[in-house]
Design a protein around this ligand. Structure first.
Ligand code: S3P
Length: 169
């Protein structure tokens, strides 16, 4: 069965969750987030999961989440963690939209947001900005490759992103 979900992928802090919530306000679709699913499944925050069990364990949870989404979820907007795009069954879950921005744009988006320091602290892979930039550089081409559609979100108002996406979907 071809799934009618919308999957938002892209780097940490680019605004996948914000856009998913905004899109769901504008449609009859619910939204869910893969990190939220993992946190409720494990009853622990992502940061804690990394600290206690390491990244490998977290990636296994992402895989389990991807399989669960494929089997159980329809007609939903799914925002994902920045590394979720690697799931082999991603295309079976739905239409993949890549939210694109420069690294500098993402960091300034986080720094200018409410609760900026909380948003930085909760992301284990954003603690070292030099390493995060390297991760960003390797991922951008991969995000592009796995997505059905990419949308430039840098410096755009959320309402305009929603409009553009609805036109292009
Ligand atoms: C990760 C991104 C995070 C979270 C985890 C790992 C990544 O989600 O899944 O810390 O590998 O890019 P956000 O993209 O919502 O920050």
């Amino acid at each position: 069965m071809k799934k009618d979900n919308i999957i938002l992928i892209g780097f940490m802090g680019v605004g996948k969750g914000t856009l998913a919530r905004e899109l769901s306000k504008n449609t009859a679709m619910f939204c869910i987030d893969t990190d939220d699913l993992i946190e409720s499944f494990e009853n622990k925050k992502i940061k804690k999961i990394f600290e206690l069990y390491g990244e490998r364990y977290f990636r296994d949870l992402e895989k389990k989440t991807a399989l669960w989404l494929e089997q159980n979820v329809t007609n939903t907007i799914i925002s994902t963690g920045g590394g979720f795009y690697k799931q082999e069954n991603l295309k079976n879950i739905g239409k993949i939209i890549y939210l694109k921005s420069s690294f500098e744009g993402i960091i300034s988006r986080i720094k200018n947001s409410a609760n900026a320091s909380k948003k930085l602290k909760k992301r284990p892979l954003l603690q070292d900005l030099q390493k995060a930039k390297e991760l960003f550089d390797t991922r951008v081409k991969e995000y592009e490759k796995v997505s059905h559609l990419s949308i430039d979100v840098e410096d755009k108002k959320i309402e305009d992103i929603v409009l553009e996406l609805r036109e292009r979907l």
